[in-house]
Design a protein around this ligand. Structure first.
Ligand SMILES: [Zn+2]
Length: 386
C-alpha cells in the first residue's frame, strides 16, 4: 500500500501511544477523557495526569539503550555494548564527567536524518504519554558536527519530528541549541554562525556539558551576540559548580533561566535576588541523585528551594540515563520529600510561566492546569493542601 511520507511519520509517532490516548481523539487533551481522570486518585496518578511543561531535556539524553542498539545496527556501527541490557548496566556514574563519557559514545550512533527523527519522535511519544503539554528541547550539534555529521542533517531530523508531533500529539515545542562549554568559545561561535540560517527553528541558545573549569564568562562574547540576535538565553550553572557559578552566569551571559542552579542555596543574597527577579531554575532531581550532586533524594534541597519562593520547575535532563522521565522526577521527589499536591501544582504552574511561550498560550495551559487541579479527586488518604 502506498502511503505518503507524512502518513508514515504520523503512524510512527502514534504506534506506541498508550491505548487510552489512541482511543480518544489525539487532538483533544488526554485528561479531558473521563476514563483517564477516573483513576487519578493516588498522588502518582495525580502527577501522571497533570498538565505540565518540560524545560530541561537534552534530546540526545533520551536515547534509550534499545533504540541506540537498533540505530547502531542499522548504521553498521560497532558499540562497546552487545545489547541494551549491558549498556544499561554501564549507566553507573561517579559524577558528571563519567556520565558524559558514556553519553558521547552512545550519541555516536546518530548519523542520518532519520536517526535524529526517530530519537526525537520516541521522546515526544513518551512526553505526550506523561501529559507534557509543552517541551523546550536542547540539542548539542557540536557533538555531531565534530563527527562529520552536517548540522542540516541534525536539525532537519529533529525539527521533522517536532512538526509532526505538534500536529499529531497535541503538544507544543521549542528548540534550544546548546553550546558545549568544554570546547572553546571560538568553536561555539563557529557553531552559532553555522546555525543562523536555521534560526526560524531555533528559539534559544544554551550552555551545557562539564561545568568544572569551564566558567560561564568564557562564553560572554557568544552570548552577547546571541542576545543581539534576539534568542532566548539559558545556561547550566550551579550543578557541579557552586553559587558563584550561578552568579557569574547571571551577571555575564544575560540569561533569563538557569538550568539546575541547586547550589544557589549556598548564598542567601543570590537566593534573594533570584526570588525578587523570579528567575526560573530548571531542577532535575533524578539527575542530581544519579550524578551525586546529592547523596539521596531525601537530601535534595528542592523543597527548601520552593519554601524560599524560588521559581523552581521539575525536569528530566537525560532521562534514558537517569532512571526516569518527568513524571518519575515528580513522583520520586514527592515521595522522598513529602511534597503536597499544592507543591506539585505550583511546580507545574512554574513550568508554564517559566517557558518561552507567549502570554496567551501560557494562559491557556495555566487554565488547563487550574481546571485539572479543581476537578481531579484524590483519595482521602492523600493529604491535599491547595
Ligand atoms: Zn542538563
Amino acid at each position: 500500500m502506498n502511503i505518503s511520507a507524512q502518513e508514515y511519520r504520523t503512524s510512527f509517532l502514534l504506534r506506541t501511544l498508550p491505548a487510552e490516548c489512541k482511543a480518544v481523539s489525539c487532538s483533544m487533551p488526554r485528561h479531558a477523557n473521563p476514563k483517564h481522570t477516573a483513576a487519578m486518585t493516588t498522588l502518582a496518578g495525580f502527577i501522571a495526569g497533570m498538565p505540565k511543561a518540560e524545560l530541561h531535556l537534552h534530546i540526545e539524553g533520551t536515547l534509550e539503550p534499545e533504540l541506540m542498539i537498533e540505530i547502531g545496527r542499522r548504521n553498521g556501527l560497532e558499540l562497546p555494548w552487545p545489547d541494551a541490557e549491558s549498556a544499561r548496566r554501564a549507566y553507573n556514574f561517579r559524577d558528571l564527567q563519567s556520565f558524559l563519557d558514556i553519553y558521547y559514545r552512545a550519541t555516536s550512533v546518530l548519523v542520518h536524518e532519520e536517526d535524529f527523527y526517530d530519537l526525537t519522535a520516541a521522546y515526544l511519544r513518551k512526553a505526550a504519554s506523561q501529559n507534557v503539554r509543552h517541551a523546550e528541547i536542547f540539542f548539542d550539534p557540536q557533538s555531531h558536527t565534530a563527527r562529520g555529521i552536517a548540522f542540516e542533517t541534525v536539525i532537519r531530523g529533529i525539527e521533522g519530528a517536532l512538526q509532526d508531533a505538534r500536529r499529531s500529539l497535541n503538544l507544543s515545542t521549542k528548540l534550544i541549541m546548546c553550546i558545549l562549554r568544554h570546547l572553546s568559545e571560538r568553536e561555539g561561535l563557529e557553531m552559532f554562525r553555522q546555525a543562523l540560517p536555521w534560526r526560524r527553528w531555533i528559539t534559544g541558545i544554551g550552555l551545557d556539558s562539564a561545568e568544572r573549569d569551564n566558567p560561564p564568562s568564557r562564553f560572554r562574547n557568544l552570548f552577547e551576540l546571541a542576545h543581539r540576535e534576539g534568542f532566548l538565553l539559558v545556561a547550566h550553572a550551579g550543578e557541579e559548580g557552586g553559587a558563584p557559578s550561578v552568579r557569574e552566569a547571571l551577571d555575564t551571559l544575560q540569561i533569563s533561566r538557569i538550568d539546575h542552579g541547586v547550589h544557589c542555596m549556598e548564598d542567601d543574597g543570590l537566593v534573594a535576588e533570584l526570588v525578587r527577579r523570579q528567575i526560573p531554575l530548571t531542577v532535575c532531581p533524578l539527575s542530581n541523585v544519579r550524578l551525586r550532586v546529592f547523596p539521596s533524594m531525601r537530601e535534595h534541597n528542592l523543597k527548601r528551594m520552593l519554601q524560599r519562593g524560588l521559581c523552581v520547575t521539575l525536569n528530566s535532563d537525560d532521562p534514558a540515563y537517569f532512571g526516569g522521565y518527568v513524571n518519575e522526577n515528580y513522583t520520586e521527589a514527592a515521595e522522598a520529600l513529602g511534597l503536597l499536591p499544592g507543591d506539585l501544582v505550583q511546580l507545574a504552574r512554574n513550568s508554564f510561566t517559566a517557558s518561552s511561550l507567549g502570554t496567551l498560550q501560557k494562559q491557556l495551559y495555566l487554565n488547563e492546569l487550574r481546571r485539572y487541579d479543581i476537578e481531579t479527586p484524590l483519595q482521602p488518604s492523600e493529604n491535599r493542601t491547595r
